[in-house]
Each structure stands twice: as C-alpha cells, then as structure tokens.
Ligand binder design. Sequence first.
Ligand SMILES: *[C@@H]1O[C@H](CO)[C@@H](O)[C@H](O)[C@H]1NC(C)=O
Ligand SMILES: *[C@@H]1O[C@H](CO)[C@@H](O)[C@H](O)[C@H]1NC(C)=O
Ligand SMILES: *[C@@H]1O[C@H](CO)[C@@H](O)[C@H](O)[C@H]1NC(C)=O
Length: 508
Amino acid sequence: MDIPLLLFLSITILGLNHNAEGSPFSFREATVHDIRIALDHNRLTSQELVKFYLNEIRRLNPVLNGVIEVNPDALYLAHKADQDRKARKPGSETGLAGIPILLKDNIATKDKLNTTAGSYVLLGSIVPQDAGVVKKLRKAGAIILGKASMTEWAAYRSNNVPNGWNARRGQSVDPYLKSADPCGSSTGSATSVAANMAMVTLGTETYGSILCPSSSNSVVGIKPTVGLTSRAGVVPISHRQDTVGPICRSVSDAVYVLDAIVGFDPDDAVATKKVSKYIPHGGYLKFLKSNGLKGKRLGVPRYSFVGFGNSSETLKAFEPHFHILRKRGAVLVDIVDTARFDTVVASMYNDQFKAMNVEFKLALNAYLKQLITSPVRSLADAIVFNKKHSKLERIEEYGQDTFEAAEKTHGIGRMERELLLNLTRASKNGFEKLMKENKLDALVTPAANILYAISAGGYPGINVPAGYNSNGTPYGISFGGLKGSEPKLIEIAYDYEQATKIRKPPPL
Ligand SMILES: *[C@@H]1O[C@H](CO)[C@@H](O)[C@H](O)[C@H]1NC(C)=O
Ligand SMILES: *[C@@H]1O[C@H](CO)[C@@H](O)[C@H](O)[C@H]1NC(C)=O
Ligand SMILES: *[C@@H]1O[C@H](CO)[C@@H](O)[C@H](O)[C@H]1NC(C)=O
C-alpha cells in the first residue's frame, strides 16, 4: 500500500522535466556527470536546474535552515549560461559550466549576496572582490546559487554556540533526524546538499568543519591539503589550518568541484604556489577508478586518533566496514603503538587551540581591514558589537569566550614561535612518521575522527557515507593521508562508495 503512494509522490515532487525529446530528466539525486550530459544534449537547461533548486529551497529551507541567502541573480546567471552554451560547439563545455553551487557564508562573493559567517557583525560589510575559489568557480562557468548557513564564525565565537546555529538564520537541522546534532561548522553546506536543496556545495575546514558535518549528514566531504585551494576572501581562523573544499552527494561530484577550485591564487600566493605541485595534470577525475582500493595499505589506529583513549567498542562496530575494504583488496594495517600516538595527538589538540587563538586575532583583523565597508574593523570591535546586540546574537546564552580569549593574545613572539614549532614537530613525529614507518597510503577512522590526526599539520582527508545508526542518523568513514595525497584518497573513497552505495536521501 505504501508503494503506489511513494511512487505518486516521487512523480509530483521529484521534479521530472519533460524536454523536447520527450524523455524525462530527474533532477533529484542527479550527479554532476548526469547533468553535464543532459546539458550537453539539450535535454536540460541551466534555468530549469536553478529553478528546481530555488523551488526546493523555498519548500524545505523553512524547516532545515540550511541556506542563509539565495542569490537574486541566480536565474539571470542561468539564463546567461544557457545563452553561452547555445553559442558554443555542442558538448564543448566541461566541469561545472552552467551548474549551480551553494557556498558557505564565510566565502566572499562580490555580488548581491552578503558574506557574514552567520553573524550580524558582518552584515552590511562589503568585500573588495570574490574569494579566490569563487573566481575559479565563475571562470569554470558555475552559477552561485546562494550562501549556506553555518555555525556562526565557524565555531570560533564560543564553544557554547551549538553546531549549525548562527544569529542570522537560527539552527540548521539534520534532515535525517531533527533532534540529531548536524555537526559543524559547514552545517548548511552538508544539510542542504544532503536534502537536495543544492546540487553541490563548498565548505571550509580548520578543525573538522567539512569532515564532521559530512559524516553526520551522509554526504561526501573533501578536506584538501592546506594551500591546494585558496583561502583568499574566506573569513579566516588560522592560515596554517584553514582550507576550502567540496561537500557533495557523491565522490564524483566532489571531484568535479575540487577540479574547479584548486590551484595558484596570487592573493594566497605562498601557500597555493607551494602546494600546486601536487595537482595532477588533467585533474582528479581520472582517480575515480573501480579498483581504487586494490593494494592500498590502510592504517587502522586501534586506539589513537579515534577519539582519545580506548575506543575498542567503536572499532568493533566498524569491523564490517573494514571487512569491505579488505574484500576490495586493501591491506589493513593495525596500528598498535598506542601510547606514543595518544601522547602526540593529545599534545597537538591543546597546542593547536592555543596557536589558533593567536592566529585568529591576526587573521581576522587583517580580513576586516581589507573590507570596503564594515560595521567593525577589528576583533575588539566585534566583541563590542556583540555586547551591544547581545539579544540578537544571544550573547548571554552562548557567550563569546573564544573571541575574548583570542583578543587577549599579543601576536607571534618567542613563546608562540616555539608553540608552532612544537606543533610542526608533533605532526612530523606523529602522523607523518606513522604513515611512513608503516608504508601507509591512508589512515582510516570511524566517522570524522581522522580530523584529530590531520588538522594541525594541514593534511588532506575525505569522508564517505558508511551507514545509519538504529535511530536513522548517518555516520561516515574517513580517510586521511600525507600532503598532496588527494589522488589516493579519491581512489580509496570512490571504490568504497561504489562497493557500498549506502547513501540514501533523507526522508523528507
Ligand atoms: C544582504 O543584507 C542586506 C541587509 O544588510 C539585505 O537587505 C539583503 O537582502 C541581503 N542580500 C541578500 C541577497 O539576501
Ligand atoms: C580497551 O578496552 C577494552 C574493553 O573495553 C579492553 O579489552 C582493552 O584491553 C582496552 N585496550 C587498551 C589498549 O587499553
Ligand atoms: C614545546 O615543547 C617542549 C618539549 O615538549 C616543552 O617543554 C615546551 O613547553 C613547549 N613549548 C610551548 C610554548 O608549549
């Protein structure tokens, strides 16, 4: 009895589009690859695509709060993309041309959209130019659909701001279970793409902000090597740890987005120049291989990195997933030297937050100074603004203790240099040594726990949907590797995804 009803619903809501040739195109759950082909064969227009997503945002966002702003020019840009396509040789477009993308609200766009990191502090600020990654997206022909909601200030105002909450949009909701923690801080990017309110999205990560919401919302997140993607025009936390990456429904979609945003940017010159050597000729699509796990050596940190201390229960529950990896030809290497790495990870954990407080004040002040206009020009101003607008920003409830702790720092002196040196050393003697000594291609952990190993040193990671708990909340599996190891991580993640195909759209 349920089946005909479901079928009926699927026809009415799933957005079937009848084109000139009569065969319907289904937008929902369509991949970038599907859409590329449909656009190239005139079975679909960018305007139809954008209309579908605008409609889904109108329908679902009042409940999910995943989108903070919609681009008023999105349809016009889609119209232009369709005109451009008509003028070109059929099928000559590539990548994201004519495809809409939703951006986390801390990524600057020089258009009608605001860039506020979810806060009233930045509402009304005018950015001098598009962020580096946005320039690349526009060059690739992508359409900026809007801004995704996020944990305010990427969770850097206070530890008490709930994951996915910001003053401007309120609480983002996990589309699988309203009461579940959607994680953060790229919450809206993950929830919106999970719920089909967006085709593809960008998030940012300093400490788990791409990988964790991806895991919690059953989507794929790539946290690129720091410097692989430009951070210019992104509301910063730490130049040492910040990175911009895709959050999408599939590994393939994420790779399409990654291809469009990587590379040198003169406005983030030092980091992007250094890391551009890792970008493979012809891009990353060639690593979507069906035998990507074959022969890969994957480290399973039995007790370390998987949260602190002894996580043998979690690991036991993950045995079926490890079994799949083995079946696909991977060699799983047990990492049993727990004491040493527990110590290293624990020391990194404390030290990186000390370092970030110092880095945040310097970086945020620099970001605020380069704005054309802004309600505030410094972290100190922002703290005063929040006090003045404490009701709007819920300061009494959630506080701004991280802001205040950062404001108390005094730049990079002798102590701070030593701290940063200690952090570099911890990564080299910890994660890098572990990878090299065991000849690993990647480390694998339940959910997004890989973040404990890879954040401080700027290493890349990827999350893939792995399953659903008994109450229906999703969880992922995450892989991390050495700098520039995105090709290997993509091979591993894609093969695992194809072998499991576990992701299902949320029950909305
Ligand atoms: C940006 O913020 C202003 C308020 O300062 C608002 O009027 C405008 O609608 C916002 N832009 C978009 C695209 O929502
Ligand atoms: C972890 O805990 C399990 C029981 O939950 C125990 O059997 C195991 O010995 C512990 N491992 C370590 C390294 O402490
Ligand atoms: C750096 O590490 C050394 C050795 O562990 C330690 O004694 C020192 O206090 C650390 N420095 C800082 C600034 O944390």
